[in-house]
Design a protein around this ligand. Structure first.
Ligand SMILES: [Mg+2]
Length: 408
């Protein structure tokens, strides 16, 4: 089988670059996105990085390092528009595009004739630079792992090709933290064992590697040799939203009960999001009165999230805006939409969202998901679950609940 041609593209300092592209006054200046609203720099321009500003970093620290830093609030809709345009140029080359996050993706260019993938990649970068005024870095290799590493090795505005057959030597000198699954938390284990480079990982026997890497030893061993057979998977049949609704047995006037019901729905929907690798940005609330009149209201987060805690604060304001009291409610429902394959990759992503806090919160959520899978959904109850249970035991019952992923 002849080698594949996989291109990984990764926009440089994406949020900050988009801000500079959209406003010529910001070009050539040290800017940071997100710092004014979140207290943490989510993305910094290369001018700011030259002064030592990193992501994520507390805004106060960034300002000490770079007093002239311009803080720009994040505008996720603008980033989405740029992202869609950027990937539109990628789709001009091939339908085999796997979008991993708002600013990263793989293209399978294997079907292009020999010599062409490289030219196509360079043309793509030029086109994006000319039309969108942002730069990307790209890696071209025979597999996903090597192409991703190549794209991230020497940013910005760079292109690195790893010729087929040289994958192993390309990876050999790199620190072990470039391997998938080895991050700031796990790297020390390898360093303590005297393993600092990918070359060393590749040279160990599998049982030796298992002592440090446990069950992931086999995958890691293959990655370290530059072997990765994962296909580029174009997103096609992804659902567009996840929703759930519930018809009450008795019409409701109790706002707290409705809120607790809605929160429990959000919990289940977010678990579903995480299981399928999505994050959502928009929450829609639906209520129905006794006369079957429906009201629907939506609210969006600034950034997509897979975590119920991020959606809770939207619920009560939405419910109050939608509900004309004292008309009792027959049905409530929520839908999470504007879905993104946007879970940050804590191991490879070097810029973007404040990785640490999101990664930690995600780990906590995944740990509770795991407990629920093992011991049942009652293994962990939140305040509103207890409240709902109590309410059910004291006689008030609610009716059918059904959920439906939707393609609409
Ligand atoms: Mg990037």
């Amino acid at each position: 089988m002849s080698p594949r041609s996989i291109l990984h593209l990764d926009a440089d300092a994406f949020y900050a670059s988009v801000e500079q592209a959209a406003d010529s006054r910001l070009r050539g200046k040290a800017i940071a996105v997100g710092g004014s609203t979140r207290g943490i720099v989510a993305s910094a321009s290369y001018e700011a990085r030259a002064k030592g500003v990193k992501t994520p970093m507390p805004t106060s620290q960034a300002l000490r390092l770079c007093p002239e830093l311009i803080l720009v609030p994040g505008d996720f809709e603008k980033y989405e528009r740029f992202s869609q345009l950027m990937f539109a140029y990628a789709y001009d080359l091939t339908p085999e595009v796997e979008i991993c996050s708002i600013d990263e993706g793989y293209l399978d260019l294997t079907s292009q004739r020999s010599g062409q993938p490289r030219e196509s990649a360079l043309r793509l970068a030029l086109q994006i630079k000319k039309e969108l005024k942002i730069t990307i870095s790209q890696g071209l290799a025979s597999n996903k792992f090597c192409s991703a590493v190549a794209s991230k090795m020497k940013k910005p505005n760079n292109f690195i090709e790893v010729p087929a057959g040289t994958e192993k030597e390309f990876l050999a000198p790199l620190p072990v933290r470039w391997l998938p699954g080895i991050g700031t938390k796990t790297e020390p284990r390898y360093l303590e064992a005297g393993i600092t480079t990918i070359h060393q990982v590749a040279s160990l026997s599998l049982p030796e590697l298992e002592r440090v890497a446990g069950s992931s030893a086999q995958d890691l061993h293959l990655f370290a040799q530059g072997i990765d057979s994962r296909p580029v998977t174009p997103a096609s049949a992804d659902p567009k939203s996840f929703g759930e609704q519930e018809t009450f047995d008795t019409d409701q006037l109790d706002e707290l009960f409705c809120l607790a019901t809605l929160r429990a729905m959000i919990d289940r929907l977010c678990r579903k999001l995480r299981r399928e690798g999505f994050a959502a940005r928009t929450l829609s609330l639906r209520i129905r009165y006794r006369n079957m009149e429906d009201v629907m209201r939506s609210e969006s987060l600034n950034e997509p999230s897979p975590l119920e805690n991020d959606f809770y604060p939207l619920l009560q304001p939405l419910l109050r805006r939608s509900w004309s009291r004292p008309k009792p409610l027959r049905l409530v429902g929520v839908r999470l939409s504007n879905l993104h394959r946007a879970l940050p990759d804590p191991e490879l992503a070097l810029t973007g969202l404040p990785q640490k806090s999101m990664t930690e919160r995600l780990h906590l959520a995944e740990a509770t998901d795991q407990l629920r899978r093992q011991f049942g959904s009652d293994a962990i109850l939140r305040g509103h679950d207890l409240w709902l249970k109590k309410k059910l035991l004291t006689g008030e019952k609610s009716g059918d609940s059904h959920s439906s992923p939707s393609q609409k």
